[in-house]
Write a protein that binds this ligand. Structure first.
Ligand SMILES: CSC[C@H]1O[C@@H](n2cnc3c(O)ncnc32)[C@H](O)[C@@H]1O
Ligand SMILES: [Zn+2]
Length: 429
């Protein structure tokens, strides 16, 4: 039994400001126990020569549907409505707990190898998702996705209650449960209000898709005379912690509402581009004070599951759509992928940056690659040049969860077999 790990002589990005620093990182009891030069390599520690590493905080995936790896490559090149109603939902109706367990693991294997150490996942069969997260060693904010218009839909709200009772704060607080009303246009205002009351009674949060497409924006304007954000506010969703996914179509007033209510936003640039939903006004939102994290969305609308890749796209997309190269700098994109994502999830006291006392969720990039040379601006290298493949080792809560193509906690041969055979059965059977 090891007493902990000492990463020696590393370059790392320290604190919320991601300040380039050189020194050792001591990991004990799942936390960062010391930072500094020449820390004592006491007996019993795993000593790691980290001189060729750049160590970053673990990446925060603020919006995922991990089990959708089973639908990767299916229903491509459609808009959101066609993709969901004609392709995705008919197949999802056939999913079993086991499908979701193995599908989630396929994504978690990919995410861990890309340095993702926390996900905010909304889906069905959430006990299976929770079990997969526990087995993979990843930190998770979980919510049962709920579509609700009438009394027949109350069963999923009961499932979210049961998920909360069973899993909230499990694994020493590494699993949190929020509530997941699917979207402002797939739940009635009354249903949203009921969900909000359930979340508030348990002092927990809400994760919901809001204002993803112009079609949704126009539909709610016509039906209720409100923007999706105004409707969500009126239903009481913003009284407690709330994370909205997408937020592409926003008025100036919507942006002010989100900022005033401390609503976090999960920006999913790959999904927004692939489904041609539009460009989220990330720079305006951050300027207004909204905490914006990065999300991958599911593997059928991305199709990769790397927060680093989406952070890279976030920087490039904002510059292009606003014709302003100063917007979303590399440093800002990296901030969104780490501490700001943690803030959007109200989890920043424990995770999101490299500081003594925080969880040891750490990513070690191998910098012995030509595209890392020279590396005088690590944030720029990471955002504009690095590959997810440069990740050499990943710690989650101090445990080594990925190292050079190996996932010590997981039987990846079985996971890949189950992923392939279940996807084949679902899509062909
Ligand atoms: C009811 S569980 C969650 C639900 O969300 C679907 N989904 C995946 N990506 C998106 C997206 O970009 N917008 C809206 N809904 C999405 C997923 O397929 C599940 O059905
Ligand atoms: Zn989504």
């Amino acid at each position: 039994m090891t007493k902990g790990t000492l990463l020696q002589n590393a370059s790392y990005l320290a604190g919320d400001g991601l300040t380039p620093t050189r020194g050792d990182i001591l990991i004990k009891d799942g936390k960062i126990a010391g930072l500094g030069e020449g820390l004592n390599p006491e007996a019993g520690l795993d000593l790691v020569d980290a001189s060729h590493y750049l160590v970053t905080p673990g990446f925060v995936n603020t919006h995922s549907h991990a089990a959708m790896s089973l639908l990767r490559g299916y229903g491509g090149d459609q808009n959101l409505k066609t993709w969901l109603t004609e392709y995705i939902w008919p197949v999802e109706a056939k999913l079993t707990d086991e499908d979701v367990y193995w599908g989630t693991l396929v994504s978690l294997v990919e995410m861990l190898a890309a340095g993702v150490t926390v996900i905010a996942d909304m889906y069905d069969h959430m006990d299976a998702v929770a079990q997969a997260c526990l087995d993979a060693g990843i930190r998770a904010n979980l919510s049962r996705g709920m579509i609700g218009f009438n009394d027949d839909d109350r069963h999923s709200l009961k499932e979210n209650d049961a998920l909360y009772d069973r899993w909230h704060n499990a694994e020493g607080g590494r699993i949190k449960v929020w509530y997941g009303p699917h979207a402002t246009n797939t739940c009635s205002p009354d249903y949203l209000a009921e969900v909000a009351a359930h979340a508030q009674n348990r002092a927990t949060g809400i994760h919901i898709h809001v204002s993803e497409t112009k079609e949704e924006f126009d539909e709610l304007q016509e039906k209720y005379g409100q923007t999706p954000v105004a409707l969500a506010q009126a239903a009481g969703l913003f009284k407690g912690p709330c994370l909205i996914a997408h937020g592409v179509w926003l008025t100036e007033e919507d942006k002010a509402i989100l900022a005033a209510n401390d609503v976090g936003l999960a920006h999913n640039p790959a999904s927004n581009m692939k489904l041609a939903s539009g460009a989220c006004p990330v720079a305006d939102l951050r300027q207004a004070g909204v905490k914006v994290g990065i999300g991958t969305d599911g593997a059928s609308s991305n199709n990769a599951q790397s927060v680093l890749r989406d952070a890279q796209l976030a920087a490039l997309m904002q510059k292009l759509t606003r014709l302003d190269p100063t917007l979303v700098s590399a440093q800002e994109a990296l901030t969104m992928a780490t501490i700001e994502g943690a803030q959007a999830l109200h989890w920043d006291e424990e995770i999101g940056s490299i500081a003594v006392g925080k969880a040891a969720d750490l990513v070690c990039f191998d910098t012995d690659k030509p595209w890392w040379i020279p590396n005088h601006e690590p944030a720029a290298t990471l955002i504009y040049a690095a590959h997810s493949d440069d990740v050499d080792r990943v710690y989650a809560a101090g445990q080594l969860v990925y190292h050079q193509g190996d996932w010590p906690r997981l039987d990846t041969e079985r996971i890949f077999y189950e992923g392939c055979s279940r996807a084949k059965k679902l899509l062909q059977g």
